[in-house]
Write a protein that binds this ligand. Structure first.
Ligand code: 6MZ
Length: 351
């Protein structure tokens, strides 16, 4: 059964390990949330206009502009019903794109008088638990925002620890994210260590922009996964020492091609650090980061990787299958996914 590349990438079972909830909202979800938001329409319209204008810019935008876009979607997921709907819509959209395993991440957020941080996290977990979407397993990673300071990070971790026992199969890890130009990594290393000591897996945004000292500290933490890992190789603003450490410690990297190109942290797809990662056979997974903001899908990321780095369909299959090892789920869940991959291979890839 021969498919064209785009269709092959869509039906290929895939794992999405790096997706921020509020960056992943589709235009459809945003429109629907708008309609029911009940906010003064002028404010809503302004948000909507700048959203459409910026996400449609093919040539991309700066990291700073990206971070303004998150404020727009976050203004719509400002009460529990909207958070619930947003979560379920995102799950459905990933499933429609052939994603069989999704780790959604989101930063606890409160809206005074409307929603506490605890309600925010619980609402996402409930939306996952009650999703009627078939064929996709979903987990939650709670993000710590590097713009918010160490006290908020500690408070957010306490919150996670309080609520985790209610959702032991869903809340699996912690992420450090947020504008890489802001914050000091030293403030967050102790809280990440504490999260790990209490059984949470760590996914840490790393080297989205050059910062050799910070990157070394994150590598030394040895998180389970690194987000982006852009400026680690010496040709990408890192250094030989950092690159060697990354390879030596075999920390899997979450590669977000379109996100990096559109935020201009890499010059183009062809000049993306994925080439170095592939050449070194370093563990990695492809991810969307913010599929709404960057107007992409996971299957599109697979297709772009195949076209830019001459990957065959077998390579794409192997790449997707390898992601199972890096997922924050149980060994039994991994076994079931591997089983499902081998059935799929027999059907679609047997030569
Ligand atoms: C760093 C990012 C990011 O948490 O409200 N976020 N952090 N680098 C990126 N690369 C572009 N993309 C998204 O989702 C939005 C939040 O995710 C983080 C930012 O903190 C952003 O505010 P949630 O669901």
């Amino acid at each position: 059964m021969e498919q064209n590349l785009a269709e092959f990438c869509r039906i290929l079972p895939k794992l999405e390990l790096h997706a921020h909830l509020n960056g992943s909202l589709s235009n459809q979800t945003i429109k629907e949330l708008h309609k029911t938001s009940g906010k003064p329409s002028t404010e809503d319209n302004d948000h909507w206009k700048s959203w459409e204008k910026i996400t449609n810019q093919i040539e991309g935008h700066s990291l700073e502009e990206c971070f303004q876009l998150f404020n727009i979607t976050q203004s719509l997921t400002s009460h529990p019903a909207a958070v619930f709907k947003a979560t379920q819509d995102v799950i459905q959209e990933f499933a429609n794109d052939g994603v069989i395993y999704l780790e959604l991440r989101s930063t606890p957020r409160e809206v005074p008088g409307v929603m506490s941080k605890l309600e925010y996290i619980k609402t996402i977990a409930e939306a996952i638990l009650n999703s009627s979407c078939q064929g996709i397993l979903v987990k939650l990673i709670v993000s710590l925002d590097r713009r918010q300071g160490k006290q908020v990070a500690e408070e957010n971790l306490d919150l996670v620890l309080n609520v985790r026992h209610q959702y032991p199969d869903i809340i699996v890890g912690t992420d450090l994210s947020g504008d890489p130009n802001k914050g000091n990594i030293d403030d967050y290393l102790p809280v990440l260590e504490r999260a790990r000591s209490l059984g949470l897996k760590l996914a840490v945004h790393c080297a989205e922009i050059p910062n050799q000292e910070e990157v070394m500290k994150i590598l030394q933490l040895k998180p389970e996964r690194l987000g982006h890992a852009t400026c680690i190789h010496p040709e990408f603003g890192g250094s030989e020492t950092l690159w060697i450490k990354l390879l030596q410690w075999e920390i899997p990297v979450e590669i977000c091609l379109t996100s990096n190109v559109r935020c201009k942290t890499v010059p183009s797809y062809a000049a993306h650090h994925l080439e170095r990662v592939i050449a070194s056979k370093h563990p990695m997974t492809l991810a969307t980061d913010d599929k709404g903001v960057f107007n992409t899908t996971l299957s599109q990321e697979y297709r772009i990787a195949a076209e830019c780095f001459s990957l065959s369909k077998e390579d794409l299959y192997d790449l997707s299958l390898a992601s199972v090892e890096y997922a924050f789920c149980t060994e039994l869940e991994k076994m079931k996914m591997k089983d499902m991959f081998s059935h799929w291979k027999k059907r679609y890839l047997s030569l």
